[in-house]
Design a protein around this ligand. Structure first.
Ligand code: MCN
Length: 791
């Protein structure tokens, strides 16, 4: 019987009532009296020297308050990067200054050169068009390998080259990996591209700066996934505003998918300008502007080699990747191809030797950073493609080759050769589940049926693991993070027993307002409707690190559990006093405190009232009130995993791919809300299929973005997707967080691209076209060309 409340119940998403009835409060819904509007004049060339900016005509226009250029920001710091790749792992990282407005040079199409603050958005835009900017165009650096050749044009004159860092991991394994590959019974090699993507959340970015001259306080309203991080980076490093004078509010946010983690120049600008013009300043990105100002994702070019012994056991893996950083370093960018990618290359397998080399490259393109999965989709794609190719080359079933090399259930905790220790997992169970769900046994019959209609049917298999619940501060600190990655929560119990949970996690679509109360309701035994969460405002919640890396329930939820445990312990003291019993004998269940072994009890609400009305109360032992805070810093990541199968049909005449079925059998440890988890997987799989089949961020040789609108950037639509078959009944709970949970927010986007590409390659092979690889997205023209190349 499914539960109807608490942990494990599919409680309906309470936030959807306001989202679906137009009652949400997004940043663009906020309008402050006296508000002005900014329009950014952005570079339309990818690389060039600014020789002159004449803004006199714009400044003279009615309704224009002020035009800003780089010289107004001389006393201001650059936009900081939050991660350092140290020379412990190769060459030290080169970090260029990232000015708020372009200083002397433009480095990508979209680089902001000047900003006009005016009475209306239209006036600001018109005035920006009246600014005359002279630019001496320079050759654009677009291709990563060309960017690293001798004599290549440099994106940053003050750096030694376009190489941001050259990272080797694990350096001590390199010689052994080379040796194992040189002497292997079989080596499978694959060169592949992980295509550049634009995140495209439903709500484009918005920022409003407000300044109070009376109190010298600043407020920034912004579409962020982590307001405290923005306060820290912007306040401390860019504008020098002490944190007690700066409030950052991220109200309802219409999706982020990673791209709203980062601190952006527009946020620093509106905060700075609000003081300069002494009026609130608002910026609302247009969709076109989002394409050239939101950080992009992925963009890896990789060679991967898998060595096997004569019995088909994996013996070594070598991966060489070029990772595009774009023109400047975005907040998390250096960590994505290194720690988030390199540490996942063992995958689900017992491969004893793994070596990765990553060359991060500056180019004249929009900065690249985390996008749903961040580094882990890239690793999984490389690994699951090369494993699939190996199975084909060796003539073995791709599921059996995987099964043979899986880490076995009794091998956990498992130390990988790439620095991480998986605590729990059962890859055999998820694979078996997917085999059953996808009716693998009867697949050949379906192939024959497709063939009778002139179509080629294929089934793609991928198994993934990811390290998420991103946290351990000690570990990520050693690896270059410039911040801790704990999470905080305050559990504030009101006098009548209702509860506000103040959390550092931020919900921008993930349903925290529903799932977090489910946990507290379970712990206390009260109704979920008695509990609300408060998030997204630095003035209301304790220091928090925000939402990304599927960390909210594992880290934020655990902080909440710790704070709730403190509350319950104190409430037990009060209950003991009320019932004149020993504290050790008090039990809490179903919202009642009971003296163990007796029928004496007192309700949760009576105890909470006593906490605030402390009559006849031993104040020397128990201080009034019922509110506790906890900071939680786990000892490890969480390691969800899953088996993803994608069944496709290819039309050999046109190259069109039809996704017929998608099976996802995941292990997320304990599941708090099955319906929300299923929705998270659906969203991730839709994005993964989007990457594999449709989406592509394409630049020409001059650094012009060719896919800068929905006319050219193909987003997946409902009609492109089948009904997904999702299961998460295989559960190996995480051993180190109090809920046993593993993150689920990125899984779908990680496992689905290799499943789809493997499916198309399988279809082509079965149809007599032994194509080795096609780069994503698998557009009809690419698939058709691959078929033609085999004729
Ligand atoms: N959950 C659960 N049981 C589990 C794991 C999670 O019930 N074992 C629930 C959680 O309580 C939460 C949701 O599932 O309500 C997602 O939890 P979690 O995996 O902790 O991920 P986060 O909340 O930290 O969300 C971040 C993750 C990431 S990294 C991206 S990118 C992403 C994603 O979530 N961006 C999203 N899902 C998104 N969904 C929406 N609608 N919008 C985005 O921008």
């Amino acid at each position: 019987m499914p539960k109807d409340h608490g942990i494990g119940a599919s409680s309906k998403r309470r936030e959807d009532v306001r989202f679906l009835t137009g009652e949400g409060n997004y940043t663009d819904d906020i309008n402050i009296a006296g508000q002005t509007y900014v329009h950014f004049l952005r570079s339309d060339v990818a690389h060039g020297t600014i020789t002159n900016i004449d803004s006199s005509a714009a400044e003279a226009m009615d309704g224009v308050l002020r035009v800003f250029t780089a010289k107004d920001f001389e006393a201001v710091g650059g936009i900081p990067c939050g991660w350092q790749v140290t020379d412990k792992f190769g060459e030290p990282m080169q970090e260029p200054k990232h000015p708020v407005l372009a200083e002397g040079k433009v480095r990508y199409v979209g680089d902001p050169i000047a900003a006009v603050v005016a009475e209306t958005p239209e006036l600001a835009r018109d005035a920006a068009e009246a600014i005359v900017v002279d630019i001496d165009e320079l050759p654009a650096v677009v291709d990563m390998k060309a960017a690293l050749t001798d004599g290549a044009t440099k994106v940053h004159d003050d750096l030694t080259s376009n190489l941001c860092y050259d990272w080797g991991f694990v350096e001590e394994n390199k010689a052994a990996v080379d040796d194992a590959i040189a002497n292997a019974a079989h080596v499978t090699t694959l060169e592949l591209v992980n295509n550049r993507l634009v995140a495209n959340p439903m709500e484009p970015r918005v920022a409003i700066g407000d300044y109070s001259r009376g109190t010298d306080d600043y407020t920034l309203y912004t579409t962020s996934q982590n307001p405290h991080v923005i306060r820290l980076l912007m306040g401390a490093f860019v504008l020098g505003i002490p944190e007690h004078k700066l409030r950052v509010v991220a109200p309802d946010v219409g999706g982020g998918f990673g791209t709203k983690i980062f601190h952006y120049a527009e946020e620093a600008f509106v905060t700075f300008a609000a003081k300069a013009v002494n009026r609130p300043v608002k910026w609302t990105s247009s969709r076109s502007e989002a394409f050239i100002s939101d950080a992009h994702g992925r963009d890896h070019v990789t060679k991967i080699e898998l060595a096997l012994d004569k019995d088909n056991n994996f013996t070594a893996l070598r991966c060489e990747t070029y990772a595009n950083m774009g023109a400047y370093l975005s907040t998390f960018a250096p960590s994505v191809p290194t720690w988030l990618h390199g540490t996942l290359l063992a995958g689900n397998y017992t491969t004893p030797l793994v070596y990765t080399n990553v060359k991060a490259v500056f180019t004249n393109t929009v900065p690249v950073d985390a996008y749903r999965g961040a580094g882990r989709p890239e690793a999984t794609f490389q690994l699951e493609r090369v494993v699939d190719k190996a199975a084909r080359e060796l003539g073995v079933d791709p599921t059996e080759l995987r099964r043979q090399n899986f880490i076995k259930p009794d091998q956990f905790p498992y130390d990988t050769p790439v620095a991480v220790t998986y605590d729990t997992g059962n890859y055999h169970a998820t694979l078996d589940k997917a085999l059953e769900m996808s009716d693998y046994a009867n697949f050949d019959k379906r192939v024959a049926e497709s063939k009778s209609r002139g179509k080629l049917r294929g089934l793609g298999v991928a198994h993934f693991i990811e390290a998420c619940g991103i946290a351990p501060s000690n570990l990520v600190g050693q690896l270059g993070a410039r911040a801790g990655l704990y999470e905080s929560a305050t559990v504030r119990v009101n006098a009548t027993g209702s509860i506000s949970v103040l959390t550092g996690s931020h919900s921008h679509g993930q349903g925290h307002e529903t799932t977090f109360p489910q946990v507290i309701a379970e712990m206390i035994g009260i109704d979920e409707s008695q509990i609300d969460i408060v998030h997204g405002d630095t003035s209301k919640t304790p220091m928090g690190m925000g939402t990304y890396g599927s960390r909210s329930i594992a880290v934020g939820g655990s902080a909440m559990v710790r704070a709730a445990e403190k509350v319950i312990n104190k409430a037990k003291k009060i209950a003991a006093h009320l019932m004149e019993a020993s504290e050790a004998d008090i039990e809490l269940a179903d919202g009642q405190f009971t003296v163990a072994g007796t029928d004496k009890s007192v309700a949760w609400g009576d105890v909470t009232l006593a906490a605030y009305v402390p009559h006849n109360y031993p104040l020397e032992d128990i201080e009034p009130g019922l509110e506790e805070t906890a900071f939680y810093d786990p000892s490890n990541f969480t390691y969800p995993s899953g088996a993803y199968f994608c069944e496709v049909e290819v039309d050999p005449e046109t190259g069109e791919v039809d996704v017929l079925g998608f099976t996802a059998a995941d292990d997320f440890g304990t599941v708090i809300n099955p319906m929300i988890v299923e929705g998270q997987v659906h969203g991730g799989v839709a994005q993964g299929i989007g990457q594999a089949l449709l989406e592509n961020c394409s630049y020409d040789d001059n650094g012009q973005l060719l896919s800068g609108s929905y006319m050219d950037y193909a987003m997946p639509r409902a009609s492109d997707l089948p009904s997904f078959d999702v299961d998460h009944s295989c559960q190996t709970p995480c051993t180190h967080n109090p809920l046993g949970v593993k993150g689920c927010g990125e899984a779908g986007a990680i496992g689905s691209p290799p499943a789809l590409v493997n499916g198309v390659i399988d279809a082509l092979h079965r149809g007599g076209y032994p194509v080795e690889h096609i780069n994503m997205p698998l557009s009809p023209s690419r698939v058709w060309e691959a078929i033609q190349s085999m004729k």
